[in-house]
Design a protein. Structure first.
Length: 487
């Protein structure tokens, strides 16, 4: 059976209960024991009192464009989502506003002394595009806390654990030379050398970890002796000394020598948003666990799970169970859209007003731009059923953005509100097959007589894929030539 996102359940006092299977929710709804409370994420409200029986943990993998969210109960994945941030949209909108404003003041106002550097910023200030990411995540964590009995939060705080790399002794020798350690190292080196081959400068390649001074020539395992190299360069260099290999390119030798000894100075700055997020999440009062990107990747590979934003989220932190019960999941895709525009008049490309000033009113006929509506059109040219995000007009003739197209001129009379605007738009992601179910084995198990099994063509079915982590269990010692995937 396929796993699907569970349905959130509130009891009659709006207290969160255990999330349930969609089939069970359907039964409760049809028997009149519950009602739909909210569409995204799908939540029902019971008509009786109930209490949660399990504890849940929300796991977060914050990223620049996408953030993965996963809700776990013990070893089971209960719910997952991918949150798309606005990011550059925000800086773009601010830039546009600045330009229009500047040009207007240039035209309309007398000369004024420049006074753009007289502002102070509060402590912990982040640019609007970054803080919006933090707020998007906070708003979703708050929402989930309302709908599910969540007691813990896990988040990926850093790409690599700096302390463990510099001072591996703190974790004992097993960790020092172990698999997890090499994952941290990889993350660190990818970041340090900006995902670029140090020898030829290519970015589009599978990378190896290269011992700058080969081990066979007395080179050490220290991080400062490790560089990032593409497979071709790594093989060409083989076990020659860097001075020999780069004899015709002394400039590059100089650069690498400088770069490899330099610690990653701005590692903390890269993660500024994540530290802010940690602070914000801790304000919810729940216990916040943090993990590194290296640990996430290690956990994911160990469980043989394919890479996506939400699977990464499910593998964040040391609390990740040894076997994670993820089969086929379809994440909820959440896209942050903002809550409208302050701009009163739209300018044309020369900066002149193009439209009449916008009305102060935002809602018309009970609908607001950003609501998700269902329109059943029974008359006229546009007969059909349309579901999607609505853009309202004062005239009552709305536009609906469906999955495939934008339908214009739908009367408000045909529309029914499914979900009130909350600054996001929703869709469902592709059904991700984590491990293909072993149908071949299942069929042979259930059908005992060989005659019957011939009736089924099993040649096209896929067998279970061996998880990758089990195939290679190398230690850091032989990192030369080890494959390093781009991610
Ligand atoms: Zn190269």
């Amino acid at each position: 059976m396929l796993n699907r996102n569970s349905v959130f359940v509130l009891d009659t006092n709006k207290k969160p209960c255990d999330p349930i299977h969609p089939g069970k929710a359907r039964r409760l709804l049809s028997e009149g024991l519950a009602a739909v409370f909210r569409n995204y994420p799908f939540t029902i409200i019971l008509k009786s009192e109930s209490k949660p029986t399990k504890k849940y943990r929300i796991k977060i993998d914050p990223g620049a464009r996408y953030t993965g969210l996963a809700l776990l109960s013990d070893t089971d994945l209960v719910w997952c989502a991918e949150l798309e941030h606005r990011g550059f949209e925000i800086s773009e909108a601010l830039r546009e506003r600045r330009q229009v404003r500047r040009s207007r003041r240039n035209r309309k106002t007398r000369y004024r002394k420049a006074r753009f550097l007289n502002r102070t910023r509060t402590k912990g200030w982040l640019p609007p595009s970054l803080i919006s990411r933090v707020r998007n995540i906070k708003s979703w964590v708050d929402k989930l806390i309302k709908f599910a009995p969540i007691s813990n939060i896990s988040m990926e705080l850093v790409k690599f654990d700096m302390q463990k790399i510099v001072n591996p002794e703190i974790q004992g020798t097993e960790y020092q030379m172990g698999e997890l350690f090499s994952y941290e190292i990889r993350q660190y080196l990818l970041e340090k050398f900006n995902r670029t081959c140090v020898y030829c400068g290519t970015k589009e390649a599978v990378f190896n970890l290269d011992h700058f001074y080969p081990k066979s020539r007395g080179g050490s395992d220290r991080v400062s002796n490790l560089v990032l190299s593409c497979v071709d360069c790594n093989q060409a260099k083989s076990n020659s000394l860097p001075e020999d290999f780069l004899s015709d390119r002394p400039k590059i030798l100089e650069i690498i020598n400088k770069q490899r000894k330099q610690p990653l100075a701005d590692a903390a700055a890269i993660n500024a948003t994540r530290w802010k997020l940690k602070e914000v999440l801790e304000s919810t009062g729940l216990i916040v666990e943090t993990g590194s990107g290296g640990l996430t990747k290690y956990n994911r590979k160990r469980n043989g799970i394919s890479k996506s934003h939400w699977t990464d989220a499910a593998c964040v932190g040391t609390s990740t169970p040894d076997s994670l019960n993820i089969r086929n999941y379809q994440p909820l895709i959440i896209k942050a859209m903002g809550r409208g525009n302050r701009q009163m008049v739209k300018p044309d490309k020369y900066g002149f007003p193009r439209t009449a000033p916008k009305l102060r009113q935002k809602s018309f006929y009970g609908f607001m731009t950003g609501d998700i509506v269902k329109a059943v059109v029974t008359k006229g040219k546009k007969i059909g059923v349309y579901t999607g995000r609505v853009a309202v007009r004062k005239t009552g003739s709305f536009n609906i953005k469906t999955k495939t197209e934008t339908v214009q001129g739908i009367s408000h009379k045909y529309c029914k509100n499914l979900h009130k605007s909350d600054g996001c738009t929703y869709s469902f992601g592709e059904l991700v097959k984590q491990k293909t179910v072993n149908f071949v084995k299942k069929i042979t198990e259930t059908l005992d007589s060989p005659v019957q099994s011939h009736m089924f063509d099993t040649s096209g079915l896929t067998a279970e894929i061996e998880p990758k982590a089990r195939r290679k269990k190398k230690k850091l010692k032989g990192t030369d030539g080890e494959q390093l995937s781009l991610f």
